[in-house]
Design a protein around this ligand. Structure first.
Ligand code: ZN
Length: 407
């Protein structure tokens, strides 16, 4: 299975210039490739991948307006073509209903104003060295080897983040290490106040708090974003604020990633199947918290979960985010009124007194087709898992590393 290994990179001034040029060329090729496909589609003409590449790389280099494409590694340009092809294919598969999950929009053109710039080198464009990585037409870039690469990588991306830091991300094929079968399955409701509420088929439930530190940085980020939005375009204060936002973004991202790794590791080790909502952001994130942060956070958690599941022989089931997991009573199945965020518990007409998050987690188990695992255990497990019972006075919160509460 393929895994990513990411390291901080320290390109020299010259290398940064060369990278900037490569980002730019890669962007132009990507955009030209998308445009070529769009034009062909509008004209009702089929255009092959080879044709696109020939047109936007090989032939483009011979023209006056695109001659400068020759200054950067062609490996990078070919990869930009591949990216465009994939973006286009995902779009069409999504249109045709061949792709699971939410609808994907038509491929967006890349902009020089995009916060994150990246290029990719395949095997023939880089060599791993003792101090870092040797990139075609860029040279030896120094890396901080924070952990060892397990084997030869098949490709490497060079990324410049919005805060000006550089990273490289290697794709490495690692061996699978299946775990012995686990007795339980679990439904996970991802939230804002809590990182997650967990309902396990053996009647164990748990709420995992977002770490205090993370919440603090998130609040600072929200304030910084507000400040940024008030600044005049093009002013020097705006540039300063933008950098501050980017730095805070990174801190939120890194802290979050760390916690997601711990959570994913536990869920995958303890359970045979993990059911989780596919980006429940729609309604939730329209609070004062930055939407993009949550979007990113959750999709990263899903990715980490799936990565670990693949590695350990487990299964992750994504639930459509339109399933009204919050409004449906997990005891009787009745779909109630929409529940604003501040309602943490309520009583259904059937008499069940429900905890918002645990109820959602049980519904997610159901939606994943795992209801059997609960029903098999007899009548009360389901209700005990979802109820706002006395065991739940206040909210019992735990650290991702630590344990569980029996319902
Ligand atoms: Zn009910």
């Amino acid at each position: 299975m393929l895994k990513r290994y990411r390291y901080r990179a320290y390109p020299t001034g010259d290398q940064q210039q060369m990278l900037a040029r490569s980002f730019g060329c890669s962007r132009v090729v990507f955009n030209d490739a998308i445009a070529a496909r769009q034009t062909a589609r509008a004209a009702g003409v089929k255009i092959s991948d080879t044709d696109v590449q020939k047109q936007v790389v090989t032939e483009a280099k011979r023209t006056l307006e695109r001659a400068w494409l020759g200054e950067v590694s062609s490996v990078v340009l070919v990869q930009a073509c591949q990216d465009a092809r994939r973006a286009y294919r995902n779009f069409f598969d999504s249109l045709a209903g061949k792709r699971k999950g939410r609808r994907i929009g038509a491929p967006r053109f890349r902009s020089r104003r995009d916060n994150r710039q990246s290029i990719r080198f395949t095997r023939n464009g880089f060599t791993v060295t003792r101090r870092g990585v040797r990139l075609a037409k860029i040279g030896d870039v120094k890396l901080e080897w924070s952990r060892e690469l397990p084997s030869e990588p098949s490709s490497v991306s060079v990324i410049r983040e919005a805060d000006g830091r550089y990273y490289v991300s290697f794709v490495v094929d690692v061996a699978e290490t299946p775990l012995p079968e686990a007795p339980t399955v679990v439904g996970v409701d991802l939230g804002l106040a809590d990182l997650a509420a967990i309902a396990r088929s053996d009647g164990v439930r748990e709420k995992i708090a977002a770490p205090r530190h993370l919440r603090k940085v998130e609040r600072r980020l929200a304030r910084a974003q507000k400040a940024l939005s008030r600044k005049q375009k093009g002013s020097s204060n705006r540039a300063k604020d933008r950098l501050r936002v980017a730095r805070l973004h990174r801190r939120v991202r890194e802290t979050r990633l760390d916690h997601h790794h711990k959570l994913a590791k536990r869920l995958i080790h303890e359970n045979q199947v993990v059911a989780v909502e596919d980006l429940a952001v729609s309604g939730l994130a329209r609070t004062w918290l930055a939407k993009s942060v949550h979007d990113a956070g959750w999709s990263i958690l899903l990715r980490v979960l799936e990565e670990k599941a693949a590695q350990h022989g487990r299964q992750v089931i994504r639930i459509d985010r339109w399933t009204p997991s919050t409004r449906t009573c997990s005891h009787c199945g009745r779909i109630g009124e929409a529940k604003p965020l501040h309602i943490r518990q309520w009583t259904c007409d059937c008499g069940a007194h429900l905890d918002r998050d645990y109820n959602a987690a049980v519904n997610i188990l159901d939606a994943a087709g795992l209801a059997e695992s609960l029903n098999a255990r007899g009548g009360d497990v389901r209700l005990a898992l979802a109820s706002a019972g006395p065991a739940e006075t206040g909210t019992h919160r735990t650290d991702p590393d630590h344990p569980v509460e029996a319902a």
